[in-house]
Design a protein around this ligand. Sequence first.
Ligand code: LRH
Length: 467
Amino acid sequence: MTKYYLAVDIGASSGRLILGHLENGKMELEEVHRFENGMVKKDGELCWEFDRLFQEIKNGLKKCKEIGKIPVSMGVDTWGVDFVLMDKDDKVLGNTVGYRDHRNEGMDEEVYKTISLEDLYARTGIQKAIFNTVYQLMAVKTKHPEYLEQAETMLHVPDYFHYLLTGKKTCEYTEATTGQLVNAETKDWDYELIDKLGYPRKMFQKLIMPGTSVGHFTEEVKAEVGFDVEVVAPATHDTGSAVLAVPANDDDFIYISSGTWSLMGIEREKADCSKKSCEMNFTNEGGYAGRFRYLKNIMGLWMIQSVRHEYDDKYGFAEICQMAEEAKDFPSRVDANDECFLSPESMIEEVKDYCRRTGQKVPETLGEIATVIYTSLAECYAKTAKELEEMTERTFSRIHVVGGGSNAGYLNELTARATGKEVHAGPGEATAIGNITAQMLKAEEFKSIEEARTTIHESFGIKVYQA
Ligand code: LRH
């Protein structure tokens, strides 16, 4: 009997339920359900719709039942840093605010009244991003102290869905590290830091590692979807799952996990929490099997997604790539890591404004705007590759681009040219594949990560772009 494993992979712009199984030594995928995601305004705050997303997860589970493919196990991965606080009756406190909301502005300064940026980095190894959980909790503490007083539990987003499915409260390690409250040395919550900042210790659940069983469906979920299944935590941080699915076993490469964000870096056994690394703003995110992802968050295709949205989603990504290519000689560039692009009212206006402010030619057409974004991203990749080489005192000969953004052929070409490195693009569903892989490793379908990565390499088409 075929053994199926189910990945629930929810990114900032869409969610998917994907079944995976092994057949003749290859991994096969089947998408059973897909739905939209995005932050919506509620009471003036940018919020996630967790109730709707949970219903979509259950809708997808029902489809598994309909097609007669009940998985051996399932696991949820999502983006990082966001969380819910729950009171003593497990009721969510306040709005389910997302990381792009403006409540975090100025919260870095609040945190630095207690601990400096450098000390925070030395303990956690996590790069400064204004939306890290550490700053978001400070926004809650400042604006809604009553929520922190009432909070009994904090769950990150994938942990929250695991809780809704099983009734079990856990905090998975890879996702937790993105919050900047986990110690890079001990790989556990940094309770000293948590105490200093005045966040209630009791709300932080015991950390579990990817591959740990969370539990079985609650009676309610069982009754609604018509079956029971074991929930196994993958690397619940989507980037952690995506990097587990990089189709290579040597170490001569840099990866880019390309989706809403571009996460560019390497894998390491030990975190680098040095002052220099802090200054360069590299992060050490916790990964599968205790490895670290040493990388940089780059604004990524969010900029293109936002522009596309402002054109009423009229054009597909492939069309936008083509329009950008037609406008390839347009000369202006933006800093793809500038905070002004995090949550602007209008991305189109922000890009134009940036060009205006910096005395460059202002793009007018969609193709011109897209080419400014793509070329700026590729240049940012080239700069980051150089910095990675400087920090590690070595060179890397190729770049693996994985995730949905690996389909952006024009960007891959630009990346190869800007970095002078071969670009290997694919698999596009790396996050779901990594999620499934963690479950398969737990079920001993693979003996090792290396075996899993060899299988992934042999199972999915990878397109090579020469430098
Ligand atoms: C990518 C990602 C990234 C985080 C961001 C909030 O989806 O998980 O790694 O920094 O979302």
